[in-house]
Design a binder for this molecule. Structure first.
Ligand code: ADP
Ligand code: ASP
Ligand code: MG
Length: 458
């Protein structure tokens, strides 16, 4: 058995769904279970129109919902057989009616509580999974829709729910595995789950990759395939710098670090179930299915290049904390981290000196409260014009002179923070947003001029 996950662009239209069907059909002998994201930009669109309803723009929200319904119905109709259309269109229409009723509730509330964020955004995957399952029949496959919320069980942390692994694995083993073994092609939505008492939750943005690896671990798959719109993990983020090279093979540790520090092609939690059950993860291109993609494996990948790839995150915020009370004192860092913990805000990077601590955060939704609390113990300034650049590679830890090469390449660029990650396989730098592209290019030119052909495409 294998798990095949298709992202938003891979299922954005009837034409794209047809490509997906051909890819799955060519692999039926491997007993695939399929996980899909919402079609195209559906998640963003659902969230945007719900925000409108909350802000009192109910008519505009209705108009946007109608547009989304028209797009969904149109692509679905072209993707499925005539005889499947009546039940499928009924399913889609009733879901849009439910959404419309939720918009009324949100307009009444005037705010967008996290439970509603999950409820509304779940419709993207609920619809796409049913549409793709139906479309598979059109291509001669036995597509069976399973509502992911019945098998992915999570805690109650709405918008960032954590899966309850053993419960989810038991459900997947009971519900999905037998169908796959019988030759049925199960299609489930990624991203969504439910609490034990049945409330809809989501695993966080980009979470369908994570769903795929939970499904893979739950059914005991031999491989987890993440099908997306690029040829695999590239040596740099193509949105920042085009022309990166495909990385043929990379370790779980390296992939996790890249994902965590901004390589959107993989959700950072994806490797967790895969590592636990030692299942290889492949990143593949649904528009270029012949390309072998990137293989993510448990063992270290020997490589003549010290760096495997460069990840980056734009618009991160630095919080500078300064206090003379830190001098010779103990417990100060704990007090600082307690504040971030209280507001459930992850810290990415930390540097300390005698009387100051600088740290970076990505999620600024509680920044004001955090600063207010920190100001009780220290002086605090923030800067939201910075970007993080992260060099990742197993060899970074024992390559003498690597820092000198990186800083030499960036000689004309101001670097405001530096850390060599605790995992020893990354070197992270903070530069201003306006220097990001120049910094990535300079580092890429430095570290990828000659390429180890066993690991990279030329
Ligand atoms: P999907 O909808 O299939 O989940 P995503 O948009 O979430 O796709 O992720 C794929 C995108 O990740 C690519 O189109 C690319 O712009 C971006 N990306 C960022 N860093 C990298 C990288 N190092 N290698 C490949 N893609 C990357
Ligand atoms: N549809 C969700 C999102 O846009 C999950 C995913 O695509 O992985 O975040
Ligand atoms: Mg994604």
């Amino acid at each position: 058995m294998i798990v095949m996950k298709f992202g938003g662009t891979s299922v954005e239209s009837a034409v794209a769904i047809e490509r997906v069907a051909a890819i799955v059909k060519a692999r039926l002998d491997r007993q695939p279970a399929v996980v899909v994201s919402a079609m195209g930009k559906t998640t963003n669109r659902l969230l945007a129109l719900a925000e409108k309803a909350c802000a009192g723009e109910r008519a505009e929200a209705a108009r946007l919902l109608e547009e989304l319904a028209a797009y969904t119905l149109n692509e679905a109709r072209q993707a499925c057989r005539a005889e499947d259309w009546a039940p499928l269109s009924g399913f889609i229409e009733s879901h849009f009616q439910e959404l419309s009723a939720f918009l009324d509730e949100l307009a009444g509330l005037g705010e967008f509580p996290a439970q509603y964020v999950d409820l509304i955004s779940s419709y993207g995957e609920r619809l796409s999974s049913r549409i793709v399952a139906t479309a598979f029949r059109h291509f001669g496959m036995n597509g069976v829709h399973v509502d992911a919320r019945e098998v992915i069980i999570t805690d109650r942390r709405h918008t960032q729910a954590a899966p309850l692994f053993s419960r989810s694995y038991a459900k997947l083993d009971e519900r999905v595995k037998p169908l796959a073994l019988e030759g049925k092609v199960v299609v489930m939505g990624g991203f969504i789950g439910s609490t034990q008492d049945g409330f809809t939750t989501t695993l966080g943005r980009g979470g369908s990759d994570f769903s795929a690896s939970i499904v893979g671990a739950g059914i005991g798959a031999e491989e987890i395939q993440i099908w997306t719109d690029v040829d695999g993990m590239l040596t740099c983020d193509p949105r920042i710098l085009p022309g990166g090279h495909r990385v043929k093979m990379i370790s779980f540790g390296e992939a996790a670090e890249l994902a965590y520090f901004g390589a959107k092609v993989l959700h950072p939690a994806t490797v967790v179930p895969a590592v636990e059950k030692n299942i290889p993860v492949l990143i593949l291109n649904s528009r270029n299915a012949e390309n072998p993609g990137t293989r993510i494996v448990a063992e270290a990948v020997p490589c003549a290049n010290p760096v495997k790839s460069i990840a980056c995150k734009r618009n991160i915020t630095i919080v500078n904390i300064q206090s003379l009370r830190m001098l010779m004192a103990h417990g100060f860092l704990k007090r600082i981290f307690d504040v971030f913990d209280r507001y459930q805000t992850p810290v990415d990077m930390v540097t300390t000196s005698e009387v100051s601590v600088s740290l970076t955060i990505d999620n600024t939704s509680h920044l004001d409260e955090i600063c207010t609390d920190l100001r009780k113990i220290a002086e605090v300034t923030t800067d939201n014009t910075q970007s993080l650049v992260c060099l990742v590679g197993d060899n970074i830890r024992d390559t003498p002179g690597l820092g000198a090469r990186a800083f030499g390449a960036l000689r004309d660029i101001n670097i405001s923070m530096i850390t060599q990650g605790a995992s020893k396989l990354n070197l992270s730098l903070i530069v201003s947003d306006s220097d990001l592209q120049r910094a990535v290019k300079a580092l890429h030119d430095e570290f990828f001029v000659t390429l180890d052909e066993k690991v990279f495409d030329a």
